[in-house]
Design a protein around this ligand. Sequence first.
Ligand code: FRU
Length: 469
Amino acid sequence: MSARPNFPEDPHRPRCHFLPPANWMNDPNGLIQWEGQYHLFYQYNPAEPVWGTMHWGHAVSDDLVHWRDLPIALAPTPGSLDEAGCWSGCAVDHEGIPTLIYTGLKQNRESVCLASSTDGLITWVKKEIVAAPPDDLGPLLGFRDPYVWREDSTWYMLIGTGVQNVGGAVLLYRSADLVHWEYMHPLLTGKAAESGAMWECPQFFRLGDKHVLVVSAIVHAYAMYFVGTYEEHTFTPESQGLLDLGLFSDGAYFFAPATMRDDQGRRLMWGWVREGRGEANQKAAGWAGVQSVPRVLSLQAGELTIKPAPELAALRGDRRQFGPMEIAPTETGLLEGVQGDCLEIRATFAPGADAERFGIEVRCSPSGEEHTAIFYERGYLGVDCDYASLDDAVYQGVLGDRMPLEEDEPLELHILLDRSVLEVFANGRACITARIYPSREDSLGVRLFARGGSASLETMDVWPMKSIW
Ligand code: FRU
């Protein structure tokens, strides 16, 4: 794998998550496994660490953990429908030819473009395929982020949009050849007050015996899913939820997720993890935007479960084990022998804690000025970022949502801490992604805590995580 000496002095730059060599990244795009290798394309501005004229960056992995950079896959072509940007889209296998279907941008107009490669996904030949949205829907907010799949010999495509004064929507198209497309109907339309004015980055796939539709709702940016049934090209949602509970003032840290089915039949998802500090800091850092770790989706008893890919265990160093132990409210000390800014933690707390709030603090400075608490409080799962950093430019806030546990159900936390990125998975059914940027070099401690009563830890394993580069 390529060595990446970039920004060796930057204490906030993640070491175990994918990000480009420098500059700006947003959405994951065109996820596909080709001849065994995982390909990750991504929204990339190679010119600066802020959003701008978008390209498709490209990286490849044999194991879902280590990545190698490949040349930029798509760049705007002057005079064509993508002259102002190559925006998000997907990848399919078209009769043995890797094919990208993506959004072209020209003078604020969005269209659907295609690109295919005959040299092993390195160079791409483009074609313009759907220049404009159907006109019988009235004025639309956006027409972008095509998602394509095949049923028997017919191709289907979803496009994200918003119907003015109604809400976010995804439009369904069909095609026999991937080039000529016929508009069918909206697959789903939301209500603006409930789920945003526009839906970006639709994803649609079978999971177990159901179908799942994922959309990224704006203006307040967050990723949602609907689980339902799909028959006769009609989707009937039966339940819905947020894919990640890490919402701050500007939306969710985890946004615009994309998914793929891999050779093992798993549904994998990556999402863009946004920055939690202002543009001036991004410019000073020289990079912005991270991909989440790959998350595996499945359905259990009709409920969506989300877990980090098991392959990430390859990054584990020596394990430290704790528990069983009681955590009393007087407990204040940091755990001995556990320190770090790149840690994997798995902890199980016994059901029925009498503590009001309990959990784990990470990135703790020795006297506690900085710390980030992952907590459970009376049915609420949260990450408290109010003391994560003494730096005023860093966004604060308590992230989370209700996650009730059954009476006899333990709380199972799976935490991936990678410098400024924190991903928390709880009981396979809730995720919270957060960004933290502790300012002190010694904010490396880990602490168990309980407030207003005690809690009991059944087991806890902690591993330092090795760099993926
Ligand atoms: C989502 C998004 C997409 C668009 C892309 C542009 O973050 O706004 O809708 O295609 O980013 O970079």
